[in-house]
Design a protein around this ligand. Structure first.
Ligand code: ADP
Ligand code: MG
Length: 203
């Protein structure tokens, strides 16, 4: 079997974990040996299980880093599933490639963007090298339209990694996502117009 890397991405509450669990269950129905991993940092719901916001769950192996995945993988494993992949450091890219080259089907789920709408950690590169990408949307908590952003309700803490739930985060559409890191960015159109008057004419 040819190996491959699949990525399921989107904001919080978009159903990434549900979709990961769905793919894992189908592989199990096909009697393929599956191993499921998650980073130790994510113990919001359960120490060892991967759990969705809709309370679906499957047992998993929590790992402290990507090397531990290599240490724990069996040669007979056909499918490797990893949830919350955005929390791993850059060496996860080599590890995933190695597993896919060994012929394994690698399925990862993770946040594509952080609360500041920036690519989350290694996700930009992972999305670029993946064989298949599924980007899914949540529902905006303000208007009910499809949501692609994760809104952090309090900006007291500006660390990229701040593990939380509905207490800290909401899914929002672009129109209702109002995080602006640098207020000057808001003025950038005006700046452009002052430097290049013809810009205004065209736009
Ligand atoms: P993710 O892993 O992307 O955070 P989950 O798979 O854990 O998402 O959960 C998806 C489920 O979350 C949905 O099926 C729904 O029951 C629930 N949910 C709660 N809030 C929202 C929201 N704003 N938009 C969509 N689904 C939501
Ligand atoms: Mg999830």
């Amino acid at each position: 079997m040819n190996g491959s890397i699949e990525v399921i991405c989107g904001p919080m509450f978009s159903g990434k974990t549900e979709e990961l669990i769905r793919r894992v269950r189908r592989a199990q129905i096909a009697r393929q040996q599956v191993q499921i991993f998650k980073p130790k940092i994510d113990n919001r719901y359960h120490e060892t299980h991967v759990v969705s916001h809709s309370a679906q769950e499957i047992p998993s192996t929590p790992v402290k880093d990507s090397l531990e995945i290599l240490e724990k993988i069996y040669d007979t494993t056909r499918v490797v599933a990893i949830d919350e992949v955005q929390f791993f450091d850059a060496s996860i890219l080599k590890v995933l490639d190695k597993l896919a080259r060994r012929g394994m089907r690698v399925i990862c789920a993770g946040l594509d963007q952080d609360y500041a709408s920036k690519p989350f950690g290694i996700m930009g590169e992972l999305l670029a090298v993946a064989d298949q990408v599924t980007k899914i949307q949540a529902i905006c908590t303000v208007c009910g339209e499809p949501a692609t952003k994760t809104y952090r309700k309090s900006l007291e803490n500006s660390d990229q990694i701040l593990v939380g739930e509905k207490d800290l985060y909401e899914a929002r559409c672009r129109a209702h996502y109002d995080f602006v890191e640098n207020k000057d960015d808001l003025l950038s159109f005006n700046v452009l117009k002052s430097i290049r008057p013809e810009y205004e004419a065209k736009n």
